[in-house]
Design a protein around this ligand. Structure first.
Ligand SMILES: [Zn+2]
Length: 542
């Protein structure tokens, strides 16, 4: 039965377009730009699909029942009449639940009234006044104990974290305060907690992970990782919601990366380096598949731990590597506070556009390779050293794990060490044609490690090869302009085997009267200059 409120008329003309879509025909035409309302009366026992869209269980303390909803991605319509889309948010919400004493109901927003009824029941009325998509609307019922933690926020009132936990859960009270430094860190990085007029909260349920319902995450347990993940979703997922399930990495990859950042801050559940290594080794165990979800009919695809959560997080990590910390975090802050996207929806091109604006860099290639494309690079790195001047020669080639010919343009870091001194050199491999690099060190290296700070989602094989005496000698022009003065070169006077570059911005290079000079190849950069005096000879041997 459906009733048009202000028309105060009973709508009897409705039908189901299909098994999940209700079509209502109004008795009168509604005027444009006038608000109206509609009530849908419905009842029944919800079907339970997806991850368990309508869960029932018992809590281990009292053996009393527990009931919870978990609508993401397609389960909201199983238990309430809603517009189950990713292009429209309800602007506000009230959840009213009546249940027997001693049960309590947890839901989105603020608990505004708790009314005792004559029949030994209570009615809980929750009120949420922020835009919310259907899948984040939720309630849970159990005979909870409740308590609050408070997060001090500089210049603002503290944020309440309202915890609904099972009676016998005595560890939760020692765990939930860990949310305090985590929330302070997120606020510091991302800006204000998105629901600061209301609260944040946790409600315990009988499932393994957590679910980030706006202002009230449902939790199977209270590890720092899980609390950080669901809290991060209040920004990434709830404040800005993915505009399609294909773009779910904008929720899950981001929340996963925020977990990692708590490790970097020393307030998480793992060491930062171990967190990064763990994600890289997990993602590079699978050669194919893309983070952008191509088939969203399968819930398992949408929530792929490897591709969406972990590779999604590593995509952000690599974007940070490419752009640098300042630009990356400024861009992330711009994104989450973007007036067009805040409390609204975003798709991957929206995030890309914000990061391009923040960096001034075209990121089409990056997103095509890493987000829409499959797999990762397998690097083959060969290095040799010229001990005369501690110059190292590096050849970097890559193949594509998914064999689709994608070339990943990335900065590649190598750490050279002699056991006591080390130096990390970043080689920008920005084209398949760019394979050879060299760099002069201040010591004689004995070993090399690939990507020592764990920036790249990649595998690598590093091999030292014999130095073949084909050197790359660079003119530094330090004194007297003379080709034949070793002090003017970075690695001695060139021979017939050497590639030579006369660099930009250096003194002129002169082969003086009567002298003969040799090299294999010669490159004179823009403002570099080479003069051959009368009776001087330059032999280029290539
Ligand atoms: Zn998540």
């Amino acid at each position: 039965m459906i009733q048009g409120q202000s028309l105060v008329s009973l709508v009897t003309s409705y039908s189901f377009l299909n098994s999940t879509t209700l079509q209502i025909t109004f008795p009168n035409t509604l005027p444009q730009n006038v608000n109206d309302s509609l009530r849908v009366y419905y009842q029944g026992i919800p079907i339970n699909d997806g991850f368990g869209s309508f869960g029932l269980g018992t809590n281990s303390c009292t053996n009393n029942k527990v009931m919870w909803t978990l609508s993401e991605p397609y389960g909201a319509r199983n238990w309430w009449p809603c517009k189950q889309t990713l292009d429209d948010k309800a602007d506000s919400l009230d959840v009213i639940v009546t249940c027997p004493v001693p049960y309590r109901a947890a839901a989105n927003g603020l608990l505004v009234t708790e009314t005792t009824n004559p029949n030994n029941t209570k009615t809980y009325r929750w009120k949420h006044r922020y835009p919310i998509p259907a899948y984040l609307v939720a309630f849970a019922i159990a005979d909870y104990q409740t308590y609050s933690n408070y997060v001090p926020v500089s210049g603002n009132p503290p944020i309440e974290v309202l915890n609904y936990v099972y009676q016998c859960n005595t560890t939760a009270a020692t765990q939930t305060p860990n949310i305090i430094p985590i929330m302070q860190f997120f606020i510091n990085k991302l800006g204000e907690y998105p629901y600061s007029n209301e609260k944040y909260g946790h409600a315990q349920c009988n499932f393994g992970g957590g679910m980030e319902h706006s202002t009230m995450s449902f939790m199977g347990s209270f590890s720092k990782f899980l609390m950080a993940h669901e809290l991060a979703h209040q920004w990434f997922g709830d404040k800005i919601t993915c505009g399609s399930w294909q773009d779910i990495w904008l929720n899950e990859g981001f929340a996963t990366y925020m977990e990692g950042l708590t490790c970097e801050q020393g307030i998480g559940d793992n060491f930062w380096k171990d967190w990064k290594s763990g994600k890289i080794s997990n993602v590079t165990s699978y050669n194919t598949g893309s983070t952008y979800v191509t088939d969203t009919t399968n819930v398992g695809n949408i929530f792929s731990n490897v591709l969406v959560y972990n590779k999604g997080a590593l995509i952000l990590h690599m974007l940070r590597w490419k752009l640098g910390d300042q630009v990356f975090f400024d861009g992330l802050h711009d994104y989450i506070n973007d007036p067009q996207l805040s409390y609204n929806f975003a798709k991957s091109p929206d995030f890309k556009a914000v990061m391009e604006a923040a960096s001034g860099i075209n990121l089409t290639e990056f997103f095509n390779d890493w987000l829409y494309g499959q797999g990762f690079p397998n690097y083959n790195i060969q290095w040799s050293k010229d001990v005369n001047c501690n110059k190292v020669y590096v050849t970097i080639t890559q193949t594509h794990s998914a064999n689709q010919g994608i070339f990943f343009e990335m900065p590649v870091a190598l750490r050279f060490t002699n056991g006591t001194v080390s130096d990390t050199i970043v080689f920008d491999q920005n084209s398949p044609l760019t394979t050879t690099f060299n760099h002069q060190l201040s010591f004689n290296p004995t070993s090399v490690s690939f990507d020592p700070d764990k920036w790249l989602c990649a595998k690598a094989v590093v091999t030292q090869v014999a130095f073949n005496n084909q050197r790359h000698i660079v003119w530094t022009g330090a004194q007297d302009n003379n080709w034949h003065n070793a002090a003017n070169w970075d690695c001695g006077i060139p021979t017939a085997l050497d590639d030579v570059t006369i660099t930009d911005g250096t003194n002129a290079c002169i082969i003086y009267n009567g002298n003969t000079a040799d090299c294999k190849s010669l490159k004179v950069e823009n403002s570099g200059s080479l003069t051959t005096q009368p009776h001087a000879t330059l032999n280029i041997h290539n």
